[in-house]
Design a protein around this ligand. Structure first.
Ligand SMILES: C[S@@+](CC[C@H](N)C(=O)[O-])C[C@H]1O[C@@H](n2cnc3c(N)ncnc32)[C@H](O)[C@@H]1O
Length: 207
């Protein structure tokens, strides 16, 4: 795995650790918000058989003009590139997307998908945010993703420290959400916040 991007290796480690906390053979539920060509997700599914994945992406043209990557602006990602990315993602994820497979593809906007999954009562062990990198969009993804994370699970994302908007959005969320009390920045520009586990209710003491 050493030739793979560092953020993908970091995610594998997070998911492996989370697997240790679920009962034997229980699936580790993982949502990737922003899939592009499915490179990270296919690596995870190939290496971690306990992972069941929800793959969310519009694969539509989107505007990166105001997003800043180490001081540089990016332009619009065109529809033609996105059509090709969609084709490549379906090809990469094909071994796991058949009926009864471990990966479901949601071609829709991130916030709508997260809300729909939350309303359906889904809870994920890990939600990874890597979609539109403009600060308002990252913040919206964090707000929509947090309720989807099970107690003891991890909300995380890519490009902390390399994309200005990501740091700002994560900072806003940390300031306002009391349960988000510790931010970790991991190798490969991955940020991670653990959702506190529900505390066991203490039995009344016998007098
Ligand atoms: C940086 S790429 C994802 C890379 C992928 N996570 C990986 O590691 O290989 C960003 C992706 O986010 C998607 N995206 C942008 N805005 C989105 C939105 N509002 N909802 C869903 N996906 C979006 C784009 O289509 C693009 O494919």
């Amino acid at each position: 795995m050493s030739h793979q991007p560092l953020h993908a290796m970091t995610l594998c480690e997070i998911l492996r650790d989370l697997g240790g906390t679920t009962p034997t053979r229980a699936p580790v539920k993982y949502a990737e918000i922003g899939v592009e060509q499915g490179r990270t997700l296919s690596l995870i599914l190939r290496n971690l058989p306990s992972v069941h994945a929800w793959a969310v992406d519009t694969w539509e043209s989107y505007d990166m003009s105001d997003a800043q990557h180490q001081g540089e602006s990016y332009g619009i990602v065109p529809k033609s590139t996105q059509q090709e990315n969609y084709r490549l993602a379906l090809e990469a994820l094909d071994p796991w997307t058949k009926v009864g497979g471990r990966c479901r593809v949601y071609r829709m906007p991130s916030v709508l998908a997260a809300d729909a999954l939350s309303r359906a009562g889904e809870k994920m062990h890990c939600v990874f945010i890597d979609a539109d990198h403009r600060e308002a969009a990252v913040y919206a993804d964090i707000k929509a993703g947090w309720p989807l994370v099970a107690p003891g699970g991890i909300l995380c994302g890519h490009d902390f420290g390399s994309w200005y908007g990501v740091e700002r959005a994560v900072g806003w969320f940390m300031d306002e959400e009391p349960a988000a009390n510790k931010l970790d920045v991991l190798p490969g520009y991955v940020w991670a916040i653990k959702r506190p586990s529900v505390k066991a209710i203490e039995p009344p003491s016998v007098v």
